[in-house]
Ligand binder design. Sequence first.
Ligand code: UDP
Ligand code: MG
Length: 316
Amino acid sequence: MLLSVIVPCYNEQDVIEKTWERLTRVVSENGRKEKYDHELIFIDDGSTDGTLDKILHMAKKDSHVKYLSFSRNFGKEAAMYAGLAYASGDGVIIMDADLQHPPELIPKMVSRWKEGYDQVICKRDRKGDGAFRTWSARMYYRLVNHLVDVRMEDGVGDFRLLDRKAVDALLSLTEYNRFSKGLFSWIGFKQTFIRYENHVREGGTSKWSVKRLLRYGIDGIMSFNDKPLRICFWMGGLLFTFGVLYLTVIFIRILLHGVDVPGYFTTIFAILMIGGVQLLSIGVLGEYIGRIYHEVKRRPPFIVDKTNIKDKGKRS
Ligand code: UDP
Ligand code: MG
């Protein structure tokens, strides 16, 4: 049996060797006990620091280390997809490079996997996160779960073990705009959760700026269905009904009392309200069109520059 661990890395020169050491220690010991071999796939997502050199160095010392290096930064979603595509394990673990996902959980994950679960999901608490970030995440998930068809949970990230079945299912979803959190949930299979305490980064910095988080948030809502379009439809309908009613009332008043000129408030009200709703709806439309635009181009989600993996997707 083979267990693959895939680790997306973007400018992680400060921690990557530590990650490799801790991972290797845990996985080789556990592998002896549970009788599996392992491979560690590091995906260098176009790092601009010494990450790739460190990875090459590790690969030279340890034959379990495989790597992929992208031609530029394609984002973590692309890196994870590449990892899944190049992994040949019967089970695949996805893990961050910054040790926020403790490798020490792996034995527990493997034993759950052997019990027959196809997705062993690690769920973190929000210890050490800022109050605002915790609150906004909670609000966001409440909103998202109303809007989309799949269930997404707070604290559940990409740290998980996937059985080969689940990996193949994920690989069969070839969309360009990947929102893994949703995809993991969409494919289904038998799932179980392991809770763990949140850790702060061991080194380097987080790549999540507010702008990036916002973009990610919008992706989550837009990638999964067309409900936002329907909301526009209902808003339009509501405003139209309201407008017709209001016009009827005014018209009857004109018939009864004649025309009265002052109407500044109502005019402004109509312009602002309807204009606002229209702009918003056009924006939503635009979002979807933008996504369609990217999908129809059928560009590959990533481009590999260097790798030491010869037989890509051996089993799939
Ligand atoms: N990452 C990546 N490409 C990117 C951004 C991030 O591969 O464009 C990797 C990064 O190296 C790390 C993981 O994704 O292993 C999570 O990133 P980060 O720690 O910045 O996110 P956070 O833990 O703050 O959510
Ligand atoms: Mg992190």
